[in-house]
Design a binder for this molecule. Structure first.
Ligand code: FAD
Length: 452
């Protein structure tokens, strides 16, 4: 017998996790997902690797609606866009994107997991053929087929975020000339400029051109096709057969807003710790919802799959009748760009100052293996703390993949609200092929302790 009807809008990281968790905890629930796109449960995070050719696009689809129904007893409707929520009638009106037909779906509890969409740079020319953004697998397929069909040789990437830089690697590997244009003084806003410089140098070493502190004036075209990117600064004109725009994201909240669901100051859906919105029986999770930053304490958008999945899990538990809190996130992230991997957690020095902290920071070079085992270049570790209290606020590592992944130790330390002195005492493992006697994290903590 069905106990309650759970309806989820959005069938990816947050929505899929929530639906699966709720159904697992209470099999008597009728759980259904409405997904506007053609697929559910796709790993958009693998998109750039499919463009590069390391994996196939279909490898990135983790569940089809048929498998989801058979294996988990969850109904998923694709091409099904929710267009209106009627909270007083507890139903959602949806439109089939293929047939145009409308249908109403009743719910006892509703989860909004509509994610985000890429921001437009707000310049002329974004509608030209050959100009792309990435938020769906179809975007990646379109980029790859354009590279072939247009015999693209020159790519300009507008925005030096991690997605743009992953695409830079994919296109360099495919033999294109790549220029990255970034309006900030450095790429990757999750790193301070001194750390981001290491990533820029790696891109430059491998043939990319990095133009920081430059603003795009317009994207120019001829016969509806992209031809060049024109910059405000210096009047530079960059010829381009392909332009990729990655200038930030905005939460998809129109559906919620129309239904009277309250938005927070960040522009995303405001939720309490149980991920309930301001409207009874409506929850929100994933990148359409706010997430408290564990260092600043401020609700914000942290557009990461890790955050979406964790919020989805908690939302699923609460949809199934539990009362679990989601306490927040640090925005811990990692990106591999050619031969370097860059990771960060918490706040950068710059972000911490903007949040009102008085900071002290240090960066050290070190090896994550004994020097006689480690043939590669040393990595760099930066730690940021609050001046006075010594509370850890953030950390960044740029180096090898295994070195950068040690960021997780620092994420745990920051979550535990450790001070620099506490973290300097962490008992970290060592054997020559796997670690260093003096783990660079401990070296960085000791160096920072001297500056406090
Ligand atoms: C190229 C790329 C690489 C990435 N790499 C990483 C990474 O390495 N690590 C990481 O942590 N994060 C990464 N991310 C970010 C991560 O993918 C997102 O944070 C995550 O997908 C957000 O999950 P979500 O469920 O909140 O939203 P989404 O994944 O965006 O899913 C929302 C779903 O809702 C559907 N939808 C929206 N509106 C409606 C509606 N009205 N009706 C029905 N359906 C609707 C959408 O079609 C979409 O399928 C990457 C993102 C991109 C684009």
């Amino acid at each position: 017998m069905i106990s309650e009807r759970i309806l989820v809008v959005g069938g990816n990281a947050a929505g899929m996790t929530a639906a699966s968790r709720a159904k697992r905890l209470d099999p008597s629930l009728a759980v259904a997902i409405l997904e506007a796109g053609p697929r559910i449960a796709y790993s958009i995070c693998g998109l750039l690797f499919a463009i590069e050719g390391k994996v196939g696009f279909e490898d990135l689809v983790l569940f089809t609606p048929e498998r989801l129904a058979n294996e988990r007893g969850i109904e998923a409707r694709v091409h099904c866009e929710a267009i209106e929520i009627q909270p007083s009638r507890k139903r959602v009106v949806a439109r089939n994107r293929k047939t145009g037909e409308r249908e109403a779906h009743a719910y006892d509890k509703l989860l909004l997991a509509t994610g985000y969409r890429p921001l437009s740079p707000g310049v002329e020319g974004t509608e030209l053929q050959g100009v792309f953004t990435a938020s769906r697998l179809e975007d990646g397929e379109a980029i790859l087929s354009w590279v072939g069909a247009a015999s693209a040789r020159r790519a300009v990437i507008v925005g030096g975020g991690y997605i743009g830089l992953e695409l830079a690697e994919a296109l360099l590997t495919r033999g294109l000339e790549v220029t990255v244009v970034e309006r900030a003084p450095s790429v990757l806003h999750t790193l301070d400029p001194d750390m981001a410089r290491l990533v820029e140098e790696e891109l430059e070493r491998k043939g990319a051109r990095i133009l920081t502190g430059r603003i795009v004036k317009r994207i120019a075209g001829a016969s509806a096709r992209v031809e060049a990117v024109e910059l405000e600064t210096g009047g530079l004109r960059l010829p381009a057969d392909l332009v990729f725009v990655d200038v930030g994201v905005t939460p998809r909240v129109e559906l919620a807003e129309k239904a009277g669901v309250r938005l927070g100051a960040s522009g995303a859906i405001a939720v309490n710790e149980q991920l309930e919105t301001s409207v009874s029986s409506i929850y929100a999770a994933g990148n359409c919802a706010e997430c408290v930053h564990l260092v600043s304490g401020r609700p914000m958008v942290i557009p990461l799959g890790t955050v979406a999945a964790k919020q989805g899990r908690i939302a699923g538990e609460n949809l199934a009748g539990r009362r679990r809190p989601f306490t927040g996130a640090l925005g811990t992230s990692v990106v591999k760009v050619l031969g370097v991997t860059a990771a960060s957690t918490g706040l950068t020095s710059e972000a911490a100052e903007r949040e009102g902290f008085r900071t002290v920071a240090t960066a050290i070079e070190g090896r994550f293996q004994a020097s006689y085992f480690d043939s590669g270049a040393p990595g760099k570790v930066k730690v940021v703390a609050e001046r006075g209290s010594g509370r850890l606020l953030g950390a960044q590592i740029v180096g090898s993949a295994s070195g950068a992944m040690r960021i997780d130790v620092l994420a745990a330390a920051i979550t535990a609200r450790m001070t620099v002195k506490d973290a300097a005492q962490l008992d970290l493992a060592y054997a020559p092929p796997a670690g260093a006697l003096w783990n660079p994290i401990l070296v960085a903590m000791n160096a920072l302790a001297r500056e406090m």
